[in-house]
Ligand binder design. Structure first.
Ligand SMILES: [Zn+2]
Length: 164
């Protein structure tokens, strides 16, 4: 399959993935937890805060939640956290929910593009195997964010792409 054909197929597959608007927690006690969520997870994590716990990290079990400090609890009492966002922001990695990994709207920073390009160029052994619509979305999101200065690298990545 030629690169142009792969690109068409990647677009077709990637376009079937639904992106949710990106959200984050506004009024996080003592600053920002710098995470982005789908709306459902954002609401769920605000409930954790209201119950006195930090939202779980993606790999963390619910029962291992970190409690908020007394100062944090007091801050929440006076300025409750809220669902913020709902518009497209810029990220250093592919925009996905920190809790459930759902694909989100948003664009990549220059650093994010460089990181993702490096990641795909490193896939030496089996090449870049696209086995799901989500895999296709990941790559096509990168390709549509990368400017023309990356066209050589994108070409190299597309050469490694195979579909399963
Ligand atoms: Zn989510």
């Amino acid at each position: 399959m030629r690169n142009e054909e792969k690109l068409v197929k990647l677009r077709e597959m990637g376009n079937r993935v639904t992106e949710s608007p990106d959200h984050w927690i506004g009024g996080y006690p003592d600053g920002d937890n710098a995470e982005v969520y789908c709306r459902t997870c954002c609401e769920k994590n605000i409930k954790h805060l209201m119950n006195g716990f930090h939202p779980p990290l993606p790999v963390q079990k619910e029962e291992a939640l970190l409690p908020l400090s007394d100062e944090d609890k007091e801050e929440i009492h006076f300025t409750p956290p809220f669902v913020d966002g709902g518009w497209s922001s810029e990220y250093d990695g592919l925009p996905m929910c920190a809790s459930c990994s759902a694909p989100l709207t948003g664009t990549l920073t220059d650093e994010g593009i460089a990181n993702e390009i490096a990641h795909y160029l490193k896939c030496e052994d089996n090449g870049v195997v696209i086995s799901s619509e989500r895999n296709a979305w990941d790559l096509i999101t990168l390709i549509s964010n990368a400017g023309s200065q990356y066209s050589n690298d994108i070409g190299k990545i597309l050469e490694k792409v195979s579909f399963q």
